[in-house]
Design a protein around this ligand. Structure first.
Ligand SMILES: *Cc1c(COP(=O)(O)O)cnc(C)c1O
Length: 445
């Protein structure tokens, strides 16, 4: 039975009885402030993007309510027939976009996806090679402060001193000597294309699993703007929220069969694909986030369109244009430029740290993150670099001309980093500049 207080707040079918603004004005107000910030600032954080309204709608849908623990045909809960169709749809779209034999869409994010690879392929104490954190690797590739560095033996590889690109010759020597059981190819701060064929040769020689982590570049790969590692690797992991513009989540692609089954897993009755699935659930996770799987399916549908191809190539063209404009203004870039969606400003000979410049840029409405550069003498919490990425501004519809203007904004702030008038003026100009563009998920809702 309803009393009058219930009726006052909950009358289904009447105006917005359950909408956020009526239920929780505090969170609603924070959301409006965040929307305003995102509409009026430049999001140059290379790992961030704007998901479409359709992706957001699926993320915020009633699929969030369903428990679907398990896999197709072996769920632990009743009523999952529709979810079976949904997960099958997402898996099918992934397999056809990337050309993989197997896909798992249940990882909660990129780091849990990588954790599942350790569970599926290795035993604690096994040797793993990955690009060192200081030179662009991800913490889950063996950094000492992460489980991957404490539970496994990390053998780092690095960049060539002159080219600042991956030193494949030294990597080959190290792999020959160390015989790691797994080699990661992928990075969180690396502005060049990976040579997956060279990595595959090296891994084959050392009898190592080769795992590509494409968290940053999965959207570029789908668009054909970066080589696809699937044919060269045993496994590929990714986030779904960076350049591919999906919801915050992760996925894993793999071959079905394990080429080292006899060597490393002869006592297991499961093939590679099955071991990965079992590592995700039940070894590491419980129920998958069904709303995220729905939103991933939507994002993959969008990523299969010709306009996404154009988008991916425009991301790279924009990064190259931004790089050139900054070089013209006298800035140094790690590797001297970019082949992908990001560039790394080398600020070693500048008075302030990367962190200090990132803070000053933020005051002016330009968001980027500080980052180590090769040969960095500053503390990792300060660094001498700034990482800039173009996926988000490209989602807003910006092109090469806008990149030249963005370089000018960055230069204004970096020339007078402690001038509050400069911060205020650039902040205002950036806001004006942004109003000419639609922000997906915000201005089209
Ligand atoms: C972002 C990223 C991840 C981790 O993703 P989360 O979703 O933040 O856990 C893993 N690997 C690489 C290379 C990344 O850039």
């Amino acid at each position: 039975m309803k009393n009058s207080a219930d009726l006052a707040i909950a009358e289904p079918g009447t105006s917005g009885w359950s909408s956020l603004v009526h239920v929780d004005c505090h969170v609603h107000e924070l959301l409006l402030r965040q929307e305003r910030q995102e509409r009026t600032t430049l999001k140059l954080i290379a790992s961030e993007n704007f998901a479409s309204s359709a992706v957001l709608e699926a993320t915020g849908s009633i699929f969030t309510n369903k428990y679907a623990q398990g896999y197709l045909g072996e769920r632990d809960y009743a009523g999952n027939e529709i979810i079976d169709e949904l997960e099958t749809l997402a898996i099918g779209r992934l397999k056809s976009l990337f050309g993989s034999e197997h896909a798992n869409v249940q990882p909660y994010s990129g780091s849990p996806a990588n954790q599942a690879i350790y569970r599926a392929l290795l035993s604690p104490g096994d040797k793993v090679m990955g690009l060192s954190l200081a030179e662009g690797g991800h913490p889950t590739h063996g950094w000492a402060g992460n489980f991957s560095g404490s539970d496994y033996q990390h053998v780092p590889y690095g960049l060539h001193e002159q080219t600042q690109q991956i030193d494949y010759d030294r990597l080959r020597e190290t792999a020959r000597r160390e015989r790691p059981k797994l080699i990661w190819v992928g990075a969180t701060a690396y502005p060049r294309v990976f040579d997956y064929a060279a990595m595959a040769e090296i891994a084959l020689e050392a009898k190592s699993y080769l795992v590509a982590d494409i968290a940053h570049i999965s959207g570029l790969i789908v668009a054909g703007a970066h080589p696809n590692p699937v044919a060269h690797c045993d496994v590929v992991t990714s986030t779904s929220h960076k350049s591919i513009r999906g919801p915050r989540g992760g996925f894993i692609l793999s071959q079905n069969e394990d080429r080292y089954q006899a060597l490393y897993h002869s006592t297991s009755k499961y093939n590679l694909a099955r071991r990965i699935d079992r590592a995700v659930f039940p070894q590491l996770q419980g129920g998958p986030h069904v709303n995220i799987i729905a939103a991933l399916a939507v994002a993959l549908h969008e990523a299969a369109t010709p306009s996404f191809r154009t988008y991916g190539h425009q991301i790279v063209r924009n990064a190259k244009a931004l790089a050139e404009a900054l070089l013209n203004r006298g800035y140094d870039l790690v590797t001297g430029g970019t082949d992908n969606h990001m560039l790394i400003l080398d600020l070693r000979d500048r008075p302030l740290s990367g962190k200090a410049y990132a803070e000053r840029l933020a005051k002016a409405g330009i968001f980027a993150n500080f980052n180590m550069v090769p040969g960095d003498r500053r503390h990792p919490a300060l660094t001498s670099g700034i990482r800039l990425g173009t996926p988000a501004v490209t989602s807003m519809g910006m092109r090469e001309g806008e990149m030249v203007q963005i370089a000018a904004f960055i230069d204004l702030v970096c020339r007078k980093p402690d001038d509050a008038d400069v911060h205020a003026n650039v902040r205002r100009d950036v806001a004006d500049f942004c109003t000419a563009f639609d922000v997906p998920g915000i201005s089209d809702r």
